[in-house]
Design a protein around this ligand. Structure first.
Ligand SMILES: *Cc1c(COP(=O)(O)O)cnc(C)c1O
Length: 488
């Protein structure tokens, strides 16, 4: 049985209540033309006081879990703390109140931030140029694969119709390749969780446009044959696309552009601490090596220096794959990521990754005797455990364990991904969590394992404390109810 739903704002409406006050009219009253008039009864707007509204939305905000409310170890998503300083800077009037159609001369500061962020991201990742246009990682993938396609076509090389994607990849990778008109070829993983080199060598050929590789991969493992992989693909004439969603593991340690990647996206809302998901919008800049730079989406910000005076402008890229996003991209995210990078500096960025990797290994080692660890070697910034022991022995599935965690105030880890791990539980603590928080989480995971053994029904019927209990997730996804109908 689900707990009753929170009342909707329409339910707390009472005739005659208002929540606004307007100053006296100081201009002549003009009647609203008939075609613009609305019938208040048909509109059905709720009648509520200011306090009603504040309480209503405060209640709603408490129904969601958030990084500011508690631990959020959602693997692959890098749910790290979003420093409030980023928010302060993004709200400075000079950033917050400008309009994308303002003349360039009046927004030089904003363009400077974009220009410097382009350079910082290219430097951190080891590439030659950056586009800040894409609105998310998935859109960055689209940009990257479009540049790969444009590159081959630009050389008259039209036989390259296939993109190789390892079986551990995020679903956006094959989806992107297919959207760009390529045939997707799946490459197997080997027993240590690396790309299977033999299988790769068999599948690569003159029809290979490129390989999309996430490194560290979605098992949280750094591929031990990275150089061999990039060599095999390059020798066949293909290009290497880097899915940079896991960049948080290697900041200041590995520059993907220097170890064989031709183009890569970066998720500012993961690695660089800008808000995520429902708190979005996101931002997925793409960094590219020089041979792909001519195809980047337009515009990019360029700098000219005359008489010691810097001038920034938006440049159309000549052979661009086009425009991916309105205006300048999600500018507010750029300001936040820029702030984060400048606050940390080079050494601070390296600390981020070292601590993220340390935290994940700590959790993995504390839990690996209780939950199965399919690939038993040091992990990077996240670890992938399996609930198959609990399922086989006690009939408690990974889904049940994830639901039970909600009763203890945690967001669940990512589950059933990557697909190649049975009953996968993918935990990413990030560097921003303290040992205290991780210890409490570890204790909770151990307690749930004990419950699974001693009282499996307790876990199978969880959660007990959330506003809604078990949802029919398939129906919720396929037939979402997105609209409140006030008239039946
Ligand atoms: C998050 C993620 C993506 C997609 O990024 P979005 O910003 O959510 O579009 C792609 N690949 C991996 C491995 C990811 O974790």
């Amino acid at each position: 049985m689900n707990a009753p739903l929170e009342p909707l704002i329409y339910d707390i409406s009472r005739p005659g209540r208002t929540g606004f006050s307007l100053p006296d009219l100081d201009v002549p009253e003009t009647p609203i033309p008939a075609e613009f008039e609305r019938n208040p009864e048909l509109l059905g707007l709720p009648e509520v006081s200011e306090l009603d509204v504040v309480r209503h939305f405060t209640h709603l905000s408490r129904l969601n879990h958030a990084i500011d409310a508690g631990f959020y170890p959602l693997g692959s998503c890098t749910m790290k703390y979003n420093p409030k300083l980023n928010e302060d800077v993004a709200r400075l009037p000079g950033f917050n109140w400008i309009h994308p159609l303002q003349p360039e001369d009046t927004v030089q500061g904003a363009l400077r931030v974009q220009y410097e962020l382009q350079n910082l991201l290219a430097e951190i990742a080891g590439f030659d140029a950056t586009t800040l246009q894409p609105a998310a990682g998935a859109q960055g993938e689209l940009v990257g694969v479009l540049t790969i396609r444009a590159y081959h076509q630009g050389r008259g090389d039209t036989q390259r119709t296939k993109i190789l994607v390892p079986d551990a990849a995020h679903g956006t990778n094959p989806a992107t390749a297919a959207m760009c008109g390529f045939k997707v070829v799946t490459i197997k993983s080997d027993a240590r969780g690396n790309v299977d080199l033999e299988h790769l060598a068999k599948m690569v050929g003159p029809d290979t446009a490129g390989l999309m590789l996430t490194n560290p991969n979605t098992l949280g493992l750094f591929d031990e044959h990275l150089t061999e992989i990039t060599d095999i693909v390059h020798k066949a004439g293909g290009l290497m696309y880097g899915d940079g969603a896991n960049f948080n593991a290697i900041l200041g340690i590995v520059k993907p552009g220097e170890v064989g990647f031709d183009v890569m996206h970066i998720n500012l809302h993961k690695t660089f601490s800008t808000p995520h998901g429902g708190g979005g919008p996101g931002s997925g800049p793409v960094v590219a090596k020089s041979h792909l730079v001519p195809y980047l989406p337009t515009p990019v910000v360029v700098k000219e220096t005359k008489d010691g005076q810097d001038h920034f402008s938006l440049l159309k890229v000549p052979e661009t794959v086009g425009k991916l996003r309105s205006f300048w991209g999600n500018f507010g995210m750029h300001v936040r990521a820029y702030t984060y990078i400048r606050v940390h500096g080079a050494r601070g960025l390296r600390d981020i990754s070292e601590n993220a990797v340390l935290n994940a290994n700590y959790i993995m080692n504390k839990l690996k005797d209780t939950y199965d660890l399919p690939y038993d070697r040091p992990c990077m910034h996240e670890c992938v455990l399996s609930g198959r022991k609990q399922k086989q022995k006690y009939g408690v599935k990974t889904l049940d364990i994830a639901k039970r965690l909600l009763d203890f105030g945690y967001h669940s880890p990512t589950i059933y991904f990557p697909h190649i791990v049975e009953e996968a539980i993918m935990i990413e603590p990030t560097e921003t969590e303290s040992k205290t928080t991780m210890d409490e989480f570890i204790d909770t995971m151990l307690q749930i394992a004990r419950e699974a053994e001693e009282n499996p029904d307790l876990v199978k019927n969880a959660p007990y404390t959330t506003p809604v209990l078990r949802l029919d997730e398939a129906t919720a996804a396929r037939k979402p109810e997105l609209r409140y109908r006030c008239f039946g």
